[in-house]
Structures are given as C-alpha cells and as structure tokens.
Write a protein that binds this ligand. Structure first.
Ligand SMILES: Cc1ncc(COP(=O)(O)O)c(C=O)c1O
Length: 351
C-alpha cells in the first residue's frame, strides 16, 4: 500500500458544508449576500473565449490591490484566495517540529496546514468572555515560535484587537513570523497596514471573498515586506490564479464605492440585529466583522436544522471550545436580517 507522508496519513480532511446552498438565504459563510459590483459581472462577460484558452496574465493585478490599500506594489502578492496564501506561508516557513502558535477557536484552515508540515501546535484559548488572551500569547511568544497567526477580527468569535497591540507583539517576537489574517478588514477598518510595512516579521492577509463578493472566484492578497512576500510567492504554481479571478478582481477594485455601500448596509443591519437580540433577551457575542454568535435558548442543533428547513443557513459551532451551543450568524442586508428574525423568533416560540 502506498502511504502518504506520516503527517498526511494522520490528518482529517478539512471539509466545509458547502453543497446545495444556492437557493437558500446564506448566512453561514460570511460571504457578501448580494453579490459583487455590476462591473465584475460585465468584466467576466467581456472576456473573449481566447482568454479561456490562454494561460492567465497578471499584469496590473497586484498594482490594483496596492493602489486599493495605498502601499507600493512590491509589498503585495496575489494568491488563489487567502487560503492559498495561508498554505503557501506554511509551505515556505512551516518547519517540522517547530512551534505554530495561534488561538482557539479560530479559522479552521490553519490547523491542517500546520499539522501537514509536522509543526507543533500551540493553541491558546480565548478568555471566557471571548476577549483576546493577550497575556498568555505574550508569554508563549517568548518561546520564539516559528509562526504565529492572529485572526483579527477572529472568525468565528469576532474578537477584535487594536493593530497597535499586534505590532507590540511583533516587536516582542522578532524571530517569529507574525501573520495577521485580516479577512474582515473592510467591516472594521482596523489594519496593521501600513504601519507593519516597516516590520520585517509581519504579513497581513486580505481577500476579495467577503465584502467585494467574489468568494467563488478565489482571490486573496498578502501584504508585507517585499522579501517576505517574495519568499511566500516562491512556493505557489505559476498559474494558480485563473483568468476570471484576474478580470473580476480588477473590476471589483475599480468600484470601491460599491464595496463601501455594502459595508455600510451590513453595519446598519448588524446594529439592527443586535437590537433584536437584546429586545428578545437572546444571548449573543458581537465584536468585529460581518457576523456574530447567537446562543439560542433551546437546543442549538434543532434550531439550526429548523432554520435550514425554512431555507435559511447559519453555521453551528457545535463542539468548538467556549462557543459550543451557539451558531454563527452572517449579517446580510437589513431586509435579509428581517427575514431571518421573523423565522428565527417564530421557531423559538414553537420549539
Ligand atoms: C479568517 C479567514 N481567513 C481566511 C479565509 C479564506 O479566505 P479566502 O476566501 O480568501 O480563501 C476565511 C474564509 O472564510 C476566513 O474566515
């Protein structure tokens, strides 16, 4: 029998429940719930068939993102989603036996990437009130881990810390590569960029999957010192990003107004949703990002499945430390949240 690497044999596959979601109200994956700018749709329509037959060209893509975040282009590299960037970071820096430090619960893809490289996992739990375990993380950073990931705001808790606090951690641990996953930065406005550009050990990750609404096309970016960004780019394939993503990405970045409008709508919808939760005495936790955690008074699994039967998807946090018994609710538009609460409150009454 042919065996994979020992680490891979021991791994369980990272699978997300992604099938059959199209007809539903999708409040389960923190995506944009209305879709991207019309310019994106137009750009894809305009792609002549010869573009399908040709390997993609990347000219102008990194420059467009650099301009979007107002940094020089040599600080930016593009990847097949931030997932692609995360994988590449572990490929480039994840050495067997070295420490990978992060918090728990956090984004689920870091763990398999660390394990497949034989890294030693150190996962510091969030505090009981879901605030960031800053003191414990500082302590662990003294052991000079090889890699440290901070998801800010954290998916799934939403926990958000100030960029200055992250940069203080980076100063404490100059031998550690600090990766700041800023997937939800459009909703918080809090980034380590541009300050982190002068640090030799900090990379920020941002994506067009969420506010920009092109999760299906897969386009993410790493921003950091040119040397680090170049090292991470060495381990990817030459055509990892496809031609549709390139066209769509440039079009999305040309329409900042559309992204801003969506973010404003989500912020209003989030405020409104929190009011509902307060009014009805339902336990929740909300900090940064286009999502929050809800603890239904009754059995969480039952309500998640009843919502699904009504055509509404939310993400159960079953089995996750500290947040078991809750579900993660993506915030869409006010209209969509109204629909969610109508159904949710009715189900709570009848359960
Ligand atoms: C914190 C975090 N990082 C990374 C990703 C993956 O992003 P992308 O779609 O750009 O691969 C997600 C997706 O949900 C996420 O929540």
């Amino acid at each position: 029998m042919i065996k994979a690497k020992r680490e891979v044999e021991a791994l369980t596959r990272y699978v997300a429940p992604l099938e059959g979601r199209r007809p539903m109200l999708r409040l389960d994956f923190n995506e944009n719930t209305v879709g991207p700018s019309p310019r994106v749709v137009e750009a894809i329509r305009q792609l002549p068939p010869q573009e399908y037959a040709t390997y993609p060209e990347y000219e102008g893509l990194v420059e467009a993102y650099a301009e979007f975040v107002n940094v020089p282009p040599e600080h930016v590299a593009a990847f097949n989603g931030v997932d692609g960037a995360i994988h590449a970071i572990f490929d480039a820096f994840g050495e067997k036996g070295d420490i990978f430090l992060t918090t728990i619960p956090t984004f689920g893809y870091y763990r398999p990437c660390a394990l497949q490289h034989g890294m030693v996992l150190e996962e510091v739990p969030y505090e009981m009130d879901l605030s960031y375990p800053l003191d414990e993380v500082k302590k662990r950073l003294r052991e000079n881990p090889r890699l440290f990931f901070i998801c800010n705001p954290n998916n799934p808790t939403g926990t958000l810390i100030e960029p200055d606090e992250i940069l203080e951690l980076a100063r404490l641990a100059s031998e550690t590569l600090i990766v700041v996953d800023e997937l939800y930065v459009s909703f918080t406005g809090k980034s380590v960029i541009p300050q982190a550009l002068t640090y030799e050990n900090v990379i920020a990750l941002q994506s067009l999957s969420k506010a920009a609404g092109i999760a299906g096309l897969r386009l993410g970016f790493a921003i950091g010192p040119p040397r680090l960004v170049e090292l991470v780019s060495r381990v990817t394939g030459p055509y990892d990003i496809n031609a549709f993503a390139v066209a769509a990405g440039k079009a999305a970045l040309s329409d900042r107004g559309y992204i801003d409008l969506y973010v404003e709508e989500v912020k209003k919808a989030k405020e409104w949703s929190i009011e509902q939760l307060k009014n009805f005495g339902i336990k929740y936790f909300s900090d940064g990002g286009n999502f929050l955690l809800v603890w239904p008074p009754d059995d969480c699994e039952k309500i998640v499945s009843a919502l699904r039967n009504e055509g509404i998807l939310v993400r159960s946090m079953k089995g996750k430390p500290l947040i078991d018994g809750s579900f993660r609710l993506t915030i869409g538009t006010r209209e969509q949240m109204k629909r969610f609460f109508e159904v949710f409150l009715r189900l709570l009454k009848t359960q």
